[in-house]
Ligand binder design. Structure first.
Ligand SMILES: Nc1ncnc2c1ncn2[C@@H]1O[C@H](COP(=O)(O)OP(=O)(O)OP(=O)(O)O)[C@@H](O)[C@H]1O
Ligand SMILES: C[C@@](O)(CCOP(=O)(O)OP(=O)(O)O)CC(=O)O
Length: 245
């Protein structure tokens, strides 16, 4: 790759819908790996409505990883973005486009930088699960760009490290996020229950009462609940008594 011209740019665009939980995830047993204290079930929206569109690009001329969210540059320094980038890069494969003269070998991905441009067609950080479609789309588009060969279940375990609810946006229809037992979180993944055709008449009406950013993020809200609520442990226990399927 080193001897190639620095002029090429490789780009992938993906679109991912958000999801709404019918049995909600609330509380983590591991903050770093984003592992939940209860299983959850959600419905994924029609991608024609609430969704994130993300374009990821790579070029030898890029000096650093950069990201724009809704046209404003944001920092990628946060652990959640770094975890997703690291996990996808670790699974990257060789890529070649002879016509364009692009040849990237597996190890090159560690030194190539990406530019990410993401847009939510609905209010961000306002309670409509922008982190779900946002991180699912980020992981999916990076995986396509870097020729990652893993299925959506495995990708969901990476999206989960961006935001828990994001793992469920890798599938359509009704989706379960399995708690998992492994310490490294590798089995805490999303599994499709029934596809989007299962309940054809289902219509979800979303009334946006405010587009303002929430004062309490889900992350800090659930952290506070785990520390202060006398009932949260009971909720998780009761949910664990039922096999959610
Ligand atoms: N398209 C995107 N790509 C990457 N990250 C995003 C994207 N959209 C949102 N995010 C991240 O998710 C954060 C918002 O998550 P947060 O959980 O606070 O709100 P929400 O997901 O919109 O609402 P809720 O979790 O209550 O449904 C943003 O501050 C940003 O860090
Ligand atoms: C109420 C919820 O929507 C909370 C979603 O929380 P997030 O997935 O946004 O939280 P983090 O994992 O900390 O990023 C319930 C749900 O989607 O199951």
């Amino acid at each position: 790759m080193a001897e190639q011209s620095k002029k090429w740019i490789l780009m992938v665009t993906a679109q991912t819908p958000t999801n709404i939980a019918v049995i909600k995830y609330w509380g983590k047993r591991d903050e770093k790996l984003v592992l939940p204290i209860n299983e959850s079930i959600s419905v994924t929206f029609d991608p024609a409505h609430l969704c994130t569109t993300t374009t990821v690009a790579v070029s030898p001329s890029f000096q650093q990883d950069r990201m724009w969210l809704n046209k404003k540059e944001i920092s990628l320094d946060g652990a959640r973005y770094q975890n997703c980038l690291r996990e996808i890069r670790a699974r990257a494969n060789d890529y070649e486009d002879e016509k364009k003269g692009i040849k990237i070998s597996k190890n090159d991905w560690q030194n190539l930088h990406v530019h990410i441009d993401s847009y939510n067609n609905f209010p961000t950080a306002a309670g409509l699960a922008s982190s779900a479609s946002g991180f699912a789309c980020l992981v999916f588009s990076l995986a396509k760009l870097m020729n990652v060969q893993e299925d959506n279940g495995r990708l969901s375990a990476i999206a989960r490290q961006g935001s828990g609810s994001a793992c469920r946006s890798l599938f359509g229809g009704f989706v379960k996020w399995v708690m998992g037992k492994e310490e490294d979180g590798s089995d805490s993944i999303a599994v499709p229950l029934v596809d989007e055709k299962h309940w054809d008449e289902l219509v979800i009406i979303i009334a946006v009462v405010s587009s303002r950013q929430k004062e309490t993020s889900s992350t800090s809200g659930m952290r506070e609940t785990v520390v202060t609520s006398a009932l949260i442990e009971h909720r998780a226990k009761v949910l664990s008594l039922y096999s959610l399927h």
